[in-house]
Design a protein around this ligand. Structure first.
Ligand SMILES: [Zn+2]
Length: 698
């Protein structure tokens, strides 16, 4: 599984390698009034600091208290933090390009993405069409004669982005990373996690009942009678609950061993007698597949059970629901509003829908990201940013090597292997070396759903075409304006899109302390993912293969167990006791946060020593601000995590987000790193400087 720097929930609910863009999809509301330019975020913001807080007691409050007070959650957001500020800024620049391309395109590429954006903004057309764009899919479902038709149906629907129960993706073989194999994963749920179907707590019981109400409303909008809608919603709930029971938990999914089960097609066929895999594989153009990695055998068995026991009518309800739900944000106003009311408002606490331009900008970036992105980087990513980031990456690599060599708990044999893996990590900065060629994607200005389907099929086809071919490690999983970063364990590379290489993460005009605390920690975080509880199971070539001695593995587990317990003690929803973070789910990200902070700090100290810089209070805008470089480093780091989130969103995130909330990404990391307490003159025993030094893995 790829490990991203930060996450949003809508995407994560869908699959294990979901991209992270916040898209809700577009709706049928019109763009109200002129679009205001958001303010450009700044690094190291003195006004964000809450001087009344004690950094040794609650560093996050100290670094971010002012910011949190001055930046309440905008009504069209569920979480508002520094990542969102920058993403909004990037999206605004993207929006201006899209708008210009929609009216006066100068190149074929601009014509294509301009038309896509225009189709999305064309609410009159979208509203007039109502649910009619779904007719072909609904007709295909109505025409199913028995569950035996399902494989052929799925193979056909893949072109429209739909289908149901099963699908195939092509992915690197985790035991032989140079091979591209076929895999079938779990999915098929609508609520954010299996727990939403199975947990008997009052909160979940209520959400389930609200979900059923929502489905009834949606089916009714589609034209079904109220009675039929109720029966269909109950069918869907029963089937999804059965699938949830068979699904693997997010925590179990983190272990590569749990998600690797190579079966011959004949063996898989035995597991699912009611689903004809040969028909499906032939239908999607992969007749040569003989083996499939069945990621979640429990899910496959659950689907087979459903196909065996459920009447055809119920299966049709499920297929209709998934087609309707997936298309809802792209349909006319009533569908789009009801979809917003349940998934954004009820589930995550969002007060207002995002203006249409924001949603259409996100949608276009998702659909044709490398088309829009190549123009975006020309204008907004200065060439020196790439070279400067490269230098930072090298400083971080050197620091991590020193860190590995000096680890007190690891044997020399394992250290040598770890260093080999570190030196093999490839760096990708800014944007892809080769852009995707979208010329085959048909885009029409008056047919949003079909544009979206063509773009989806382009990506699905690209993926399926990779079967049996060499791996292209130059590809990117994120578009250039994305404010995020990731480590790809099967390729052992780290990736930093152009979008994140700006304030508050990186500002070339500021001192090293601020940049190492910002983008430096991000880089260190991604590098450390190569050695977290999941990444450490992959070797330098991206294969899941043991390279540790048994003793070192045992010591590593002891150390990570310390962090599981520590973060499991942090409350997930501020001021609400009773729901804590899941220390197992967040272990990889917490490990990366802690390691990243430590190696970025050490890299800064090396850099300052080389520069002969004195460790004395620094200057901002010509004025002495009173902070030492070490303090500026930690404040810059802490301020990356300033955020506010709705209570509802915090609750969902606690279940599905492998990242801790900003408060604990800041406080958890500094309380495990004695250099922080030293920099701020804390006493041992204060919360941010626990006696004994806290937990440390890397
Ligand atoms: Zn991460």
């Amino acid at each position: 599984m790829r490990t991203f720097f930060t996450a949003t929930l809508t995407a994560m609910a869908l699959s294990m390698i979901a991209p992270l863009c916040v898209a809700q999809g577009p709706s049928a509301t019109v763009e109200n009034g002129p679009v205001k330019a958001p303010k450009k975020p700044v690094s190291f913001d003195l006004s964000a600091i809450d001087k009344s807080a004690n950094p040794c007691t609650d560093f996050y409050q100290y670094a971010c208290g002012g910011w949190m007070k001055d930046n309440p959650i905008p009504p069209d957001q569920v979480r508002w933090g520094r990542f969102n500020e920058l993403a909004e800024y990037n999206d605004y620049l993207l929006y201006k390009e899209l708008k210009a391309a929609a009216s006066t395109p100068r190149t074929a590429l601009q014509k294509q993405y301009g038309d896509f954006y225009a189709a999305c903004m064309n609410t009159r057309e979208v509203d007039q069409l109502g649910a009619r764009p779904l007719d072909p899919e609904m007709d295909a479902i109505a025409a199913l004669k028995s569950t035996e038709d399902l494989a052929a149906f799925n193979a056909q629907q893949i072109r429209r982005g739909g289908g149901g129960f099963f699908s195939i993706v092509v992915t690197q073989d985790q035991k032989n990373s140079s091979q591209q194999i076929a895999a079938t994963r779990q999915g098929g749920l609508t609520l954010p996690d299996r727990d939403y179907y199975l947990n008997t707590g009052q909160r979940y019981v209520k959400i389930r009942s609200q979900y059923v109400d929502h489905m009834v409303k949606m089916f009714t909008l589609l034209g079904d009678t109220h009675d039929k809608a109720i029966s269909e919603a109950n069918n869907v709930m029963r089937i999804e609950t059965a699938l949830a029971k068979g699904s693997m938990s997010r925590v179990d999914m983190r272990d590569p061993a749990n998600r690797y089960h190579m079966l011959s097609v004949a063996e898989l066929q035995q597991l699912t007698p009611n689903y004809n895999w040969k028909t499906y594989l032939n239908g999607i153009g992969l007749p040569e597949v003989s083996q499939i990695d069945v990621v979640s055998p429990g899910y496959v068995k659950a689907v087979n059970e459903v196909l065996t026991t459920e009447p055809l009518q119920a299966i049709k309800s499920y297929l209709r629901w998934h087609a309707l739900h997936a298309a809802a944000p792209l349909l006319s106003k009533p569908f789009e509003e009801e979809n917003f009311a349940f998934f954004s408002q009820t589930l995550e606490g969002q007060k207002q829908e995002q203006p249409r331009w924001k949603r259409c900008t996100r949608l276009t970036d998702q659909a044709l990201g490398e088309a829009v992105g190549q123009d975006w980087v020309k204008q907004h990513f200065p060439p020196n940013a790439k070279a400067n980031t490269q230098k930072l990456v090298e400083a971080l690599e050197a620091s991590m090597a020193e860190d590995l060599k000096s680890l007190p708990w690891m044997s020399d044999a394992t250290k040598a292997q770890a260093l080999d893996k570190l030196h093999a990590i490839a760096d990708k900065i800014g944007y892809p070396a080769h852009w995707k060629d979208y010329s085959s994607v048909v885009v029409k200005r008056d047919d949003l759903l079909s544009d979206e389907e063509h773009a989806n099929w382009f990506e699905r086809k690209r993926n399926l075409d990779k079967y049996g071919k060499p791996v292209d490690t130059s590809e990117w999983e994120m578009t250039p304006p994305t404010v995020n970063a990731y480590y790809e364990p099967s390729q052992n590379n780290i990736n930093f899109p152009a979008g994140i290489l700006q304030p508050p993460f990186y500002d070339n005009s500021l001192d090293a302390a601020v940049n190492f605390g910002g983008i430096g920690v991000v880089i260190g975080h991604e590098m450390t993912h190569a050695f977290d509880d999941e990444g450490a199971k992959y070797d330098l070539h991206g294969n899941v293969k043991g390279w540790w001695t048994a003793e070192d593995t045992a010591r590593f587990k002891e150390r990570t167990a310390c962090m599981v317990k520590e973060y499991g003690g942090f409350e997930a929803v501020p001021g609400q006791t009773g729901q804590n973070l899941n220390g197992h789910l967040t272990l990889g990200e917490n490990t990366a946060d802690n390691g990243g902070l430590r190696i970025a700090y050490q890299a800064l100290m090396e850099t300052l020593a080389k520069q002969g810089a004195a460790a004395e209070p620094g200057y901002v805008d010509g004025k002495r601000d009173g902070y030492t470089p070490a303090q500026r480093f930690f404040i810059s780091f802490g301020q990356v995590w300033c955020e506010n989130r709705t209570e509802q969103y915090a609750g969902v995130a606690a279940k599905v987000d492998p990242h801790s909330p900003g408060r604990w990404r800041a406080n958890g990391s500094v309380q495990n790193f004695p250099a922080f307490g030293k920099a701020f003159g804390c006493h041992a025993g204060q919360p941010m400087m626990p006696a004994g030094g806290g937990c440390r893995t890397w």
